[in-house]
Ligand binder design. Structure first.
Ligand code: HEM
Length: 563
């Protein structure tokens, strides 16, 4: 029967204390200290030795990982943490995988020398994503996102995860996504009309100005929140209609990207979560105020639905399977799933749209190409179609989007170039071997999506160029993989059993929003220095990775959609 290091420590320190007091010198410090004095002294010495061994000797010299290629520099006690902390999520790792020659694995140290391995080869990534029982999402992921997402599908593990995934996957089946187009398009039209109104008001105030300035994330997240609410909960939260709608306001505050989120999350690795949650920080205060807002909204909605079911009414609109299959679960568990969908399902899409508009500003020639395609296939979102018109209240359909390869290619390329989630982490549950390399229990495994997406070994010589045409076949149709060598380096939505369940949904929604906005408007950056991508500061610490200070664009109307 093995004993843990702590059991060993207690026995050794107790034995050492006894030996010192009984058999040590009968005069001097230890004799005077007695049992009560010697025990804490020896215990402290043990703890000190343990910290030196585990936090310095092992990560710097003793771990089998030290034989792997590593970035230069770094502090002897805190690895490369400060470098990582000052950059956008995944930016440092992205540079390393290109600068450091490696055979598929790179070793580095992060906060307090925690050991991390970056995987850079498709076959190793395949191994990690397949062995879901050996690599789980780390404490850090739960610490960063747990309160916002809830313990739903994104954070559950093993059998619980498998069961939840079986229940929720069908909601996002292609057949259901096709049926959701009226939701995508209805909200798209609502937000497009609002923006049109903004521009028109601005032009009416001053004949010199024909544009309005808007922060892309602010509007795209309001639209995406309403869409995910309608599609998965059957509820329109009215975020586009009212800027201060409670759900949107609560999310806006909680998902603000700050380094403080990361700092608090790191503390939760070493200290009990309840203790870190009690610290008097602004982030804790904001979470304490906002999390109950969205949980209570979901609770009220759920109770209303349950009552309606009890009265033998139908659930209100929405994929009924979600409610039928989880309604038997405990209330907090159902709310966790609801908040998971709301948060995971609006922030990522909003960030995707933000990067899309940024790339349109950097590549204005694509604005012209996409506008032409959108106008050829989509109904004008601003038009008031006359009642007798054939196209009365038309909705865009999946068939319309399928006829727009350029728009789909642009979305795919933005998701390659700026994946909203730029990397993910897994933790080795036990000592294990990856690609022939011994990896100790607790090591964090980093899968650097963004870095791999820009790797010429996998995406061809122009991997480092933003080029939507890589997604277009010679015959003008859409290429499913953009010419990359393996699906395990095409990771915007991850691959395998923990891949995003809403890939088709997200691309359909993004195509609708992009089509309507580019069909209707022309976009320009407010800050021209951001035309240089290296000058765009990128966030760390939120659920996804976005422009740190938001993205302000000048938006002007391009007339003539229906001509
Ligand atoms: C552009 C939009 C989106 C992107 C880029 C994206 C990306 C991702 C990625 C990379 C993962 C894997 C995370 C990891 O394993 O660490 C993931 C998982 C997940 N995503 Fe998305 N996502 C998007 C939209 C959505 C939407 C709209 C929903 C709607 C509900 C959603 C729900 C989920 C869920 C539930 C998981 C966890 C799946 C599991 O672990 O089984 N995502 N997403």
């Amino acid at each position: 029967m093995g004993i843990s290091i702590w059991q060993f420590a207690h026995i050794a320190v107790a034995g050492g204390t006894y030996a010192l007091v009984h058999h040590g010198p009968q005069e001097g410090f230890f004799a005077r200290a007695g049992y009560m004095g010697c025990f804490p002294i020896l215990y402290s010495a043990f703890l000190f030795a343990l910290v030196v061994y585990s936090r310095i000797l092992t990560p710097l010299w003793l771990s089998p990982l030290t034989k792997l290629p590593q970035p230069k520099g770094g502090s002897w006690w805190n690895g490369h943490f400060m470098n990582i902390y000052r950059s956008g999520t995944g930016e440092v790792e992205r540079k390393w995988i290109h600068e450091i020659p490696n055979d598929g694995l790179i070793y580095y140290r992060s906060i307090l020398n925690t050991t991390r391995v970056i995987v850079t080869a498709p076959k190793t990534i395949q191994e990690i994503v397949t062995r879901v029982d050996d690599f789980k999402k780390p404490v850090l992921a739960r610490a960063v996102a747990g309160k916002i997402l809830g313990e739903g599908l994104v954070l559950s593990e093993l059998d619980k995860h498998r069961q939840q995934r079986r229940v929720f996957m069908p909601i996002f089946a292609p057949k259901h996504i096709r049926e959701m187009y009226p939701i995508f398009w209805g909200k798209t039209c609502e937000v497009t009309r609002k923006l049109t109104q903004l521009v028109t008001n601005q032009s009416q105030q001053s004949s010199q100005i024909n544009h309005a300035v808007f922060e892309v994330g602010h509007w795209s997240s309001r639209a995406a929140l309403d869409i995910i609410g309608m599609a998965t909960l059957g509820e329109d939260f009215g975020s586009v209609e009212k800027e201060d709608a409670p759900l949107a306001s609560a999310y806006r505050k909680t998902i603000e990207p700050t380094r403080g989120h990361v700092a608090l999350a790191m503390l939760k690795i070493w200290f009990p979560e309840w203790l870190v949650n009690m610290l008097p920080s602004q982030i804790n205060r904001t979470l304490d105020e906002s999390v109950p807002v969205f949980r209570n909204l979901c609770r009220n909605l759920l109770r209303e639905r349950r009552q309606m079911a009890a009265e033998k009414n139908k659930w209100r609109q929405g994929p009924t399977q979600l409610y039928e299959d989880v309604a038997a679960a405990d209330e907090e568990g159902v709310i966790d799933q609801m908040t998971t969908f709301l948060a995971a399902g609006h922030e990522t899409i909003s960030v995707g749209i933000t990067w899309t508009l940024y790339m349109l500003c950097l590549h204005p020639e694509w604005q012209t190409i996409l506008r032409k395609e959108a106008r050829a296939h989509l109904p004008d979102p601003n038009a008031n179609y006359a009642p007798d018109e054939e196209k009365q209240n038309p909705s865009a359909t999946s068939a319309d989007v399928e006829q727009m390869p350029m728009i789909q290619a642009f979305v795919n390329e933005v998701l390659r170039w700026y994946p909203p989630i730029p990397q993910t982490m897994r933790e080795a549950l036990e000592d294990t071997v990856i690609d022939g390399q011994v990896v100790p229990k607790g090591t964090l495994i980093i899968i650097p999506f963004k870095g791999l997406h820009r790797d010429t070994n996998f995406w061809g010589p122009d991997a480092n160029k933003f080029n939507p045409r890589r997604w277009i076949n010679a015959d003008g149709t859409l290429s499913p993989n953009g010419g990359c060598v393996s699906k395990f380096v095409n990771l915007s939505f991850m691959q395998g059993q923990r891949s995003c369940i809403a890939q088709g949904f997200s691309k359909a929604e993004m195509a609708c929003l992009l089509g309507a906005w580019i069909g209707r408007f022309k976009f320009e950056l407010v800050d021209p220095t951001l035309l240089d991508e290296d000058k765009m500061p990128i966030s760390i610490g939120s659920l996804s990775s976005k422009p740190l200070n938001g993205l302000d664009v000048k938006c002007s109307i391009v007339e003539g959609w229906r001509d």
